[in-house]
Design a protein around this ligand. Structure first.
Ligand code: MG
Length: 323
């Protein structure tokens, strides 16, 4: 009697089929990113808002640059993006030790790909226009290695300081040209003078001729207030796409009290404009903005007791945004 066997076998087959299926991971669900007007969109041209954390400088907090932290950030903090802030200057930075630096970056990028979340490769430099040849060589390597991965985003100049937009623009065009010669489409993030706050200057003289560019805005709510949001509004009004790759609730020097009232104005503004963001930073430095208490185990597991106030703020925010 085949009918009886079919009744028994069919549910078994369906169960095995279901067990083999897994939910698509975040990047699998959204695919390649691009820019439509000022909006970040996914492969179906639907608006997408990314929210996650930035690692601290790799040369000072390398212990946290590992796949366990990537997993904690995805599963416990609900990050759908991480930012790999590769320090360029200072001791043990890229200029001093490029091989170890690239190895650490690739470890985190590979772990993000493995975990199905987006990842920003950040040239974490305050003087990148002085290191253009090195940046071109580095991003050429990254584009060759990762240009076909939808997960990867390039951030080519973390925070220019006191330098004019003309200089930052010329540097950016050189690096973007090098990336686009290999990778025609992955998102590229561009900084602006005065710690990536001068987006009003960008708005008056944007880079042209390349697809999928966005400009970064960095804010620290204790220091940066309405005037910086107004610059952002001006830029958005002129069609300049923005991405917040760093922020904190404290002062711009990473210390002082967290200003929750001002942070709330900022998060309302980001939500209204559907801006993507990363908060600064995964580190255990004795300062307000590092999210971990000193001597936190670098591979977890972490409880809420391991988090500083900044960590609790960022984690709560991520749970609200990435439900
Ligand atoms: Mg590509």
């Amino acid at each position: 009697m085949t009918t009886g066997k079919t009744i028994l076998i069919l549910p078994l087959f369906l169960c095995l089929f279901c067990a083999a299926r897994t939910e698509p991971d975040f990047v699998e669900g959204h695919g390649s990113l691009s820019v439509n007007g000022t909006q970040l969109v996914d492969s179906k041209n639907e608006p997408v808002v990314l929210a996650g954390m930035s690692f601290g400088w790799h040369n000072w907090w390398p212990q946290f640059w590992n796949s366990d932290v990537v997993r904690i950030m995805r599963d416990d903090w609900k990050c759908n993006i991480l930012r790999a802030a590769m320090g360029i200057e200072h001791e043990d930075g890229f200029l001093e030790d490029p091989d170890s630096s690239v190895a650490l970056v690739k470890g985190v990028v590979d772990a993000c790909i493995e975990n199905g979340i987006y990842v920003i490769i950040d040239w974490h430099d305050h003087n990148a226009h002085l290191h253009q040849d090195q940046a071109v060589a580095f991003f050429t390597d990254m584009a060759r290695t990762y240009g076909d991965k939808p997960h990867v985003i390039y951030e080519i100049y973390n925070e220019p300081t006191v330098v004019d937009w003309k200089t930052v623009k010329a540097y950016s065009e050189a690096v973007i040209s090098a990336i686009r010669a290999i990778d025609p489409d992955n998102l590229i993030l561009v900084g602006s003078p005065h710690w990536s706050q001068d987006v009003h200057l960008v708005a008056d003289d944007p880079i042209t001729g390349f697809p999928n560019l966005m400009y970064t805005v960095h804010f620290y709510a204790g220091t940066h207030k309405t005037w910086l949001r107004e610059r952002g509004d001006y830029a958005l009004g002129k069609g300049i796409p923005l991405f917040i790759t760093e922020f904190g609730a404290c002062n711009a020097d990473g210390n002082g009290p967290n200003n929750l009232d001002e942070l709330s104005l900022w998060t309302d503004w980001m939500e209204r404009n559907r801006l993507s963001w990363c908060s600064w930073s995964i580190a255990d430095k004795q300062e307000t903005c590092s999210v971990l208490k000193p001597k936190t185990c670098p591979t977890g597991p972490w409880t809420l007791e391991d988090l500083k106030e900044s960590g609790l703020i960022a984690r709560n925010l991520l749970h609200q945004w990435n439900k």
